[in-house]
Design a protein around this ligand. Structure first.
Ligand code: SAM
Length: 318
């Protein structure tokens, strides 16, 4: 079994020897085309398209457990992990439809193949439990939505693909983007996220900004506790905090802008980060002023790509 398994599992990046195989993604849409082939080669005939179920087969030469849908992302798991697994569709349902990842954009931005980008995206299902916690934390406040970054799953995938050490984000609010950046860091087993947020608090029931923080809470209140050990959250305006932070950390590997104020603010952030970028650094920004963003990218020989023709853009420093 290992002989066949090793050959077929290499493209899936699954460690062997094993007695459990974790397959990221749905059985039905089958983002890992080798899986069905693999099962057929092992003469496993039982198959289920219910991607939330952990299947245990007696294979011809050993025990094989296939967990379709994700768990811890490291390839070898016990049956227990299956009960917390959500499919990608279920995660998108929780986060809102615009969060459906755009693999072609991710692969262009990260300068990689569509296959690798898709694999990174599907890995997010391995973190279902923490994503569920984020969603429950938000719902506890009686609202399901606090203006949030439109592409959190894409952010996770970009962190997985670029493996940054120093990440900085501007604009935290409830902490959706922070959570997905931190999930990427967790899966990479390395890196630190420095976040800057100037919190705006809810006043009453009317007239609040869509990201206003519920009373008694503060920036990033919905970020799951377990993710906070690699998080350095600083509260205040980025106009005052960003440059000292960048001087402190030196090199910037990943930057995420989501503090929509005005063009001057965006220009200030782009100017501030520029000299800290190095080849391989990634910059992602929502609500961009496209002229300023394109010019920043061009000035370092990069090309900005926009997601679904929106104002969410990103570039990789060559
Ligand atoms: C759109 S929300 C961020 C949403 C967040 N990225 C998410 O995914 O949940 C924008 C955040 O930027 C904050 N903000 C506004 N002006 C700022 C400034 N000058 N510096 C830093 N943060 C600012 C807002 O208070 C708000 O928390």
């Amino acid at each position: 079994m290992h002989e066949i398994g090793n050959k077929l599992l290499r493209p899936l990046r699954i460690r062997t020897p094993y007695d459990a195989v974790h397959c990221i993604g749905h059985a039905s849409s089958n983002p890992v085309p080798h899986l069905r082939d693999f099962c057929e080669r092992l003469r496993i005939t039982q198959w289920s398209n219910d991607h939330r179920i952990a299947l245990q087969f007696g294979s011809p030469r050993g025990r094989l457990v296939i967990i379709v849908g994700g768990a811890n992302g490291d390839g070898v798991h016990s049956n227990n992990s299956a009960k917390h697994v959500m499919s990608l569709d279920q995660i998108v349902d929780l986060l809102g439809n615009r969060s459906r990842p755009e693999t072609s954009w991710i692969s262009k931005v990260a300068g990689t193949t569509a296959e690798r980008a898709e694999r990174a995206v599907n890995e997010v299902t391995s973190h279902s439990e923490l994503i569920g916690e984020l969603s429950r934390n938000i719902k506890k406040t009686g609202k399901t939505y606090y203006a949030q970054f439109p592409a959190p799953i894409d952010l996770f995938a970009l962190v997985r693909l670029s493996r940054p050490r120093n990440l900085v984000e501007s604009g935290v609010a409830s902490g959706v983007s922070s959570t997905f950046l931190l999930l990427g860091i967790k899966a990479n087993s390395g890196g630190i996220l420095h976040s800057i947020d100037f919190p705006v608090f809810r006043k009453g029931n009317r007239g609040n900004l869509s990201w206003a923080i519920p009373q008694g809470m503060t920036s990033g209140w919905a970020v799951p506790r377990k993710l906070r050990s690699r998080w350095d959250l600083r509260q205040g305006r980025s106009e005052g905090l960003l440059r000292p932070l960048l001087e402190e950390i030196g090199t910037l590997d990943f930057y995420c802008h989501d503090s929509p104020v005005d063009i001057a603010h965006f220009e200030f952030e782009m100017k501030s980060i520029r000299k800290h970028l190095k080849p391989g650094s990634l910059v992602v920004a929502d609500n961009t002023d496209k002229k300023v963003f394109d010019e920043t990218a061009l000035s370092i020989g990069a090309e900005a790509f926009y997601r679904r023709h929106s104002s969410l853009g990103a570039f990789l420093v060559p």
